[in-house]
Write a protein that binds this ligand. Structure first.
Ligand code: APR
Ligand code: PHB
Length: 391
């Protein structure tokens, strides 16, 4: 098989890249190790930054998002028994759209197939060869049979556990890593959300987040120790703990409970690989960087990487102009590090660190009160959360 751009991975990064390239007249093939069903049903976050929503709308993918997603003009920070709303449009002129990643992936797959695009499901990339030549190739397995995809350029969008990153030589690559001493226990529940906007709660007992998947389905998270297991938690314990962490003083608000349909544990990690290019091999999305989910940046970073890369590849294949390809890694990493800092900051502001002393909690509360009382402090959060137009 031969193509211009060989893309490994049919997550949001790989799929959006092939869609953007198609619109610019550049051919690509996507290799995906899993089947379509699996890819379309993975449970992931769903906060779409203002600018990313604009990209989806501008490229014909905004229809269902605008009809079924929710525009959110703020989030609530809950601490010390009080709620404070961060008003995004008032502070930044922007908002976010709550639209699950699974739905974005479904739309992207349907659109690529309707456009005659090549997504090879059940095709597991095993090696990338000739990254520094002008004919890189990807070897992949379909069942037990090895096949080869010859390309002009290879883009590894194969997530954190993919093979793309490993194809960069050790003396070229630099990685930065931070593992946090806590995880999230996430649940899906068949109950209408008891809140209109997301609630991020800092509580003595640990962080809690109230999110949603639809007007009928709530998505909620609790901070738990790293060695915890979802089996350690009964449904009643989960609801009791969520209610305790979201409790408001001087209010009759309460958290509505419903049937829990899914429970899982997510570890928290920050990770960056530099550079995001080696010869004709490019990295995008989780293949190059991971953020803890507190700032909801993972999906957005993946989409921003490939928007930048598709423009660079279009210029290259259109007129041989390599400027964009040459600056891709540095340009993408500027945004990546902004999101890394923001996610780390949100995480540190809201979680209870293992055996921390009360001094840390006092500092967190002071910072939260500062955000509630200072337009400048609230604006920083709002700018980062809704996505900075240029970094
Ligand atoms: N060959 C083919 N496909 C592979 C291989 C391989 N060797 N290794 C991994 N893949 C596929 C995975 O099955 C997955 O479908 O690559 C895809 C990577 O997708 P994601 O992990 O969703 O990564 P990305 O597209 O960068 O999107 C990042 O996903 O993890 C979330 O929070 C993260 O929202 C962010 C987004
Ligand atoms: C989610 O809806 O899964 C979600 C929302 C916001 C976050 C993280 C996860 O910060």
């Amino acid at each position: 098989m031969r193509t211009r751009v060989g893309i490994i991975g049919a997550g949001p990064a790989g799929l959006l890249l092939s869609h953007l390239l198609h619109r610019a007249g550049v051919e690509s093939v996507v290799l995906e190790s899993r089947d379509r069903e699996y890819v379309q049903n993975r449970q992931r976050a769903g906060v779409v930054e203002h600018g990313v929503a604009e990209v989806l709308r501008a490229t014909g993918l905004g229809g269902r998002m605008d009809a079924e997603g929710f525009v959110h003009d703020g989030i609530e920070l809950r601490f010390d028994g009080h709620g404070f709303r961060v008003d995004f449009p008032a502070l930044t002129g922007r908002n976010v759209v709550i639209w699950p990643q699974t739905e974005i992936v479904k739309d992207l797959i349907a659109q690529r197939l309707a456009d005659g695009g090549a997504i090879e499901f059940g095709a597991k990339a095993t090696s990338i060869e000739g990254a520094t030549t002008d004919r890189p190739r990807v070897r992949f397995l379909r069942g037990d049979t090895e096949e080869v995809l010859d390309c002009d350029v290879v883009v590894a969008c194969d997530g954190f556990h993919g093979i793309g990153r490993q194809a960069l030589p050790e003396d070229v690559i630099q990685t930065y890593d931070r593992v946090y001493p806590f995880s999230w226990l996430g649940i899906l529940a068949d109950v209408p959300p008891s809140y209109e906007e997301l609630i991020y709660a800092n509580h003595e007992r640990g962080f809690a987040l109230g999110s949603m998947r639809s007007s009928e389905v709530s998505r909620l998270y609790l901070q738990v120790p790293n060695d915890d297991s979802a089996d350690n938690w009964s449904d009643e314990q989960i609801w009791d703990e969520l209610s305790a962490r979201f409790a408001l003083r001087d209010s009759d608000w309460s958290l509505a409970r419903g049937t829990i349909t899914d429970k899982s544990i997510t570890p928290m990690r920050s990770f960056v690989t530099e550079p995001m290019r080696h010869g004709r091999l490019f990295l995008a999305g989780d293949a190059a960087h991971i953020v803890p989910p507190t700032g909801a940046k993972g999906l957005n970073l993946a989409m921003r990487d490939v928007t930048l890369l598709s423009e660079a590849l279009t210029a290259y294949f259109g007129s041989g102009d390599e400027t964009g390809l040459n600056s891709y890694s540095a340009d993408a990493l500027r945004r990546v590090w902004r999101a890394e800092h923001f996610s780390y900051w949100m995480t540190t502001l809201l979680h209870r660190a293992g055996d921390r002393d009360p001094f840390d909690h006092k500092l967190q509360l002071s910072h939260l009160h500062f955000i509630a009382g200072s337009t400048a402090a609230a604006t920083q959060l709002a700018e980062n959360y809704t996505g900075l137009p240029s970094v």
